[in-house]
Design a protein around this ligand. Structure first.
Ligand code: HEM
Length: 210
């Protein structure tokens, strides 16, 4: 039956087509490891001078052991995070992958995919295409990492970068921006990992490419 052949052919094509090129996979996993190390060491740094007394991070979930140790981690891993992030964005723009994967993205598509998601009817059959909610979430987290880096720079080089410091609303406000941008990142991470666990085929694609 021709239709059977078509189905088999398209399944074979799907399993042999690369969904995420190797550079995306390398950047993604380096980014995930770097973000986790930055958060854990950042929590230890925060403990030396908490912004909100009610929000504290026990040593069991922090990295570095003490302020000096945590700063060493934070200042070492930040170079990896930033270099990796800039390379991902540059290759994404140069190869037009960012545009093709995340756009077009309209309010109508977001609203209808949100309704479908809340009803548990959002399809995850084709992991090579992101739905509107995924596109939005990935774009938000990419922009958020940009804000984390810029607010971090404003805190680290506050005197040398007065314009950035002013844009962040001053040194103390830059710490608050940094804290909330990281909170968005942690919220994304929790939902992202649950979604990946619900669609394990997407994890395979992010590991082996297809
Ligand atoms: C904070 C750390 C993380 C960030 C910021 C992050 C960010 C992203 C982004 C931006 C994408 C889209 C990439 C693209 O197509 O160019 C993505 C995809 C993906 N991520 Fe992560 N990720 C993180 C951690 C993780 C972890 C820990 C896992 C595994 C449990 C994971 C599994 C995946 C998978 C499987 C995809 C493809 C998902 C799909 O088909 O929808 N990520 N991630």
């Amino acid at each position: 039956m021709p239709s059977t052949f078509n189905t088999v052919d398209s399944e074979v094509a799907l399993t042999h087509t690369t969904i995420h090129p190797v550079w995306v996979r390398i950047f993604h996993w380096i980014n995930a490891a770097a973000v986790i190390a930055m958060c854990l060491s950042g929590w230890q740094v925060y403990e030396a001078s908490p912004i909100f007394l009610a929000i504290r991070f026990p040593a069991s979930i922090a990295l570095g052991g003490w302020l000096g140790g945590a700063l060493l981690w934070h200042f070492a891993v930040m170079w990896i995070l930033v270099a990796n992030f800039v390379a991902y964005l540059t290759l994404g723009v140069v190869t037009a992958r960012l545009r093709k994967k995340f756009f077009p993205l309209g309010l109508r598509a977001i609203a209808s995919d949100l309704v479908a998601a809340l009803r548990g009817k959002l399809s995850h059959g084709d992991v090579s295409q992101y739905n509107a909610i995924q596109k939005l979430a990935y774009l938000v987290v990419i922009a958020d990492i940009g804000i984390v880096v810029l607010s971090g720079l404003a805190i680290w080089k506050s005197v040398q970068l007065p314009l950035l410091r002013t844009l962040m609303g001053g040194y103390d406000n830059a710490r608050i921006v940094h804290f909330f941008a990281i909170s968005v990142l942690v919220g994304f991470f929790a939902i992202h990992v649950v979604m990946v666990a619900l669609v394990p085929r997407s994890l395979l694609a992010m590991i082996r490419g297809r």
